[in-house]
Design a protein. Structure first.
Length: 356
């Protein structure tokens, strides 16, 4: 009799495991049942660190934590029977648990390359809520605007979507509660930048079969610490351009000496531009205010040399009937040219300063 019951129990267990194996793939692919469509997948994003920002390449290396929350009535359990209202899974245990349940399949659209590190944790609640927390570090393709360098603010966007489900089936949302727990850490590894905040925006993306898919953009705003660049960038440029004042207002200099000074200043500007582009990638190649100052500096120095040479020769010709007029013109040119260049450079810098 006991053998008979043993065989019945064994057969029942085998049948149970067979049904479980058959149902597991369906549970992983079928949307949650008895839930209003589209399934709302709540997303919270925390930027734990920004390790690198490459302006020319348009890449940012970020360490991100995402928290996904959705409801699946198939995963409800009796908290009295289990002894707790929440069951936590961490590491490999979490990965094994995720293989047995439905997941939204969150994807970072603008991520490039392989993830360097990742960790997973899952919490299952008695009411069927699932909270999936993932931490990973990776490179993201971002859009960089250097028009205001070094007074610029950059908006680093991490775009998330659900590529397996159209927006009629599942959507990404960020509620007020998700926004409150989202954000960016104050202390970042990237040099010369400070974080200003994180915001969300909803978007759509076209996918397979011309269907629309839900997308949620998490935008991190960072500001360059411009005060650290004044001595390193603007002072060298001003020092080189001040040679023109010496050339214009020193009558004892010979024409050859003035030519040597201006030629040396042109070479110094060229060296500064190469140094800036090497030290601050994009500062020259992306048409920044610094690049405008240096480009105008070439024209300004050549113009100073040409006008000074012409007017000096006219002023030295004491027998000319317009000798007095040329002396007046040269006196005005000596202060008008440096003043105009100063105003142009100051205007380029002030125009780049973002409004407070």
């Amino acid at each position: 009799m006991s053998r008979r019951w043993g065989r019945v129990l064994l057969a029942g267990l085998l049948a149970y495991f067979a049904l479980a194996v058959q149902a597991a793939p369906a549970a992983r692919t079928e949307l949650p049942r008895n839930v209003e469509l589209p399934v709302r997948v709540r997303l919270a994003v925390r930027v734990l660190n920004i390790a690198q920002v490459q302006e020319v390449a348009g890449e940012a290396r970020m360490f991100i934590e995402t928290s996904q929350r959705w409801s699946d009535p198939r995963l409800r359990f009796d908290e009295v029977e289990v002894g707790k209202s929440r069951v936590d899974h961490v590491g490999d245990e979490a990965k094994d648990f995720l293989k047995t349940i439905w997941t939204p399949g969150l994807s970072a659209d603008n991520q490039i390359g392989e993830l360097q590190s990742s960790s997973v944790a899952v919490s299952a609640y008695a009411n069927g809520d699932i909270v999936l927390v993932e931490r990973y570090e990776g490179n993201f393709r971002v859009s960089m605007n250097m028009a205001a360098f070094p007074f610029d603010k950059q908006h680093l966007v991490a775009s998330f979507s659900l590529p397996r489900y159209a927006k009629q089936e599942a959507v990404l949302v960020a509620t007020e509660a998700d926004r409150q727990v989202s954000g960016v850490e104050d202390n970042l590894s990237v040099m010369d930048w400070q974080p200003l905040g994180l915001r969300f925006s909803n978007d759509e993306v076209s996918g397979w079969n011309a269907r629309s898919y839900s997308r949620l953009n998490a935008t991190v705003t960072i500001e360059r610490l411009s005060e650290r660049f004044i001595l390193r960038i603007f002072i060298p440029i001003v020092a080189v351009l001040l040679v023109s004042v010496f050339v214009l207002w020193t009558p004892a200099l010979q024409a050859r000496d003035k030519g040597n000074l201006i030629f040396s200043s042109l070479l110094a500007l060229a060296a500064i531009s190469f140094t800036f582009e090497s030290s601050f990638p994009g500062s020259i190649s992306l048409n920044t205010p610094v690049a405008q100052m240096i480009s105008l500096g070439y024209l300004y120095l050549v113009l100073v040399l040409m006008l000074d040479a012409v007017l000096t020769s006219r002023c030295n010709d004491t027998g000319s009937r317009h000798h007095g007029l040329y002396r007046v013109i040269k006196w005005h040119v000596n202060w008008v040219l440096p003043t105009l260049m100063t105003l142009i450079c100051a205007g380029a810098a002030l125009r780049a300063v973002p409004p407070s």
